[in-house]
Write a protein that binds this ligand. Structure first.
Ligand SMILES: *Cc1c(COP(=O)(O)O)cnc(C)c1O
Length: 250
């Protein structure tokens, strides 16, 4: 179980802030060099890290964090301030959308919806005190790796039916955009473009036109966020470069 103690040392806070600011300045440089005008959100990914690390960055002013495991997220959301916006970015097993609606999580964005069944479950029984809408990203398995969650690109029918459901039928959901992880290989290749990111951008264009929306793109992590920004990302999810390397999952 992740440590839920909220007390941090000033040294640790200073280290986290320095790491965070270093990524921010790298984002700034990338934006300027490539003349990008859209805003880029930097999402700190705190999975497997103690709640005190989150509290330290919260006290510095940050309000959004990414987590991968339902029970860990519920535990952290239970002890940390209620105005944190939690991004669930982990693989979503079929039984879990319900758990995420457990009430301890006031502000929630689920980035890993990959089936119509799961998005419907997420919409049911939303139980936040103020009935806030849950944000949704549809996860696409652009690299077509078996071990990755996400919808295959050629499953356009289901992708579109999820979007239609969120836009037209859901009571408690709000459409945010598309998310992908991308293959390790492509994120470390020397080439000009990461083809996984290119695929997500092309899908976005297609869906924007069809549904009259402007989908956000959650793509890019510690190893490939600059490339992701160049190619059109609106949110990068950074864990290791802010919090340091992670312990193995117990
Ligand atoms: C862990 C994780 C991240 C952060 O990865 P780092 O390489 O540590 O920056 C981003 N996105 C997802 C989906 C993750 O599981």
């Amino acid at each position: 179980m992740t440590d839920l103690n909220l007390t941090y040392t000033l040294e640790r806070q200073a280290e986290l802030i320095a790491n965070y600011n270093s990524i921010l300045s790298q984002i700034q440089t990338t934006i300027q060099t490539n003349q990008i005008s859209r805003p880029i959100q930097l999402l700190p990914v705190s999975k497997l890290k103690p709640a005190s690390d989150i509290q330290a960055l919260y006290d510095f002013g940050l309000r959004e964090f990414g987590e991968n495991y339902t029970q860990e997220l519920i535990g952290k959301a239970g002890v940390l301030p209620k105005d944190i916006i939690w991004h669930f970015i982990g693989g979503l097993q079929s039984s879990k959308p319900k758990d995420l609606n457990s009430g301890s999580i006031e502000n929630l964005i689920v980035e890993t919806i990959d089936s119509l069944k799961k998005v419907k479950k997420l919409d049911e029984n939303r139980n936040s005190a103020e009935d806030k809408k849950t944000g949704v990203y549809v996860q696409i398995n652009t690299s077509e790796e078996d071990q990755k969650y996400g919808l295959a690109l050629d499953n356009l029918e289901e992708i579109e039916s999820i979007i239609t459901f969120i836009l037209k039928e859901s009571k408690n959901l709000e459409l945010h955009g598309l998310m992908t992880i991308g293959s390790f290989l492509n994120s470390h290749a020397e080439g000009e473009e990461n083809e996984d990111f290119t695929k997500l951008v092309n899908l976005k264009k297609q869906l924007d036109a069809k549904f009259g929306v402007d989908l956000k793109l959650s793509m890019g992590m510690s190893s490939d966020f600059k490339q992701a920004i160049k190619q059109g990302s609106s949110e990068i999810r950074v864990g290791t470069d802010i919090f340091g390397s992670r312990p193995p999952r117990a």
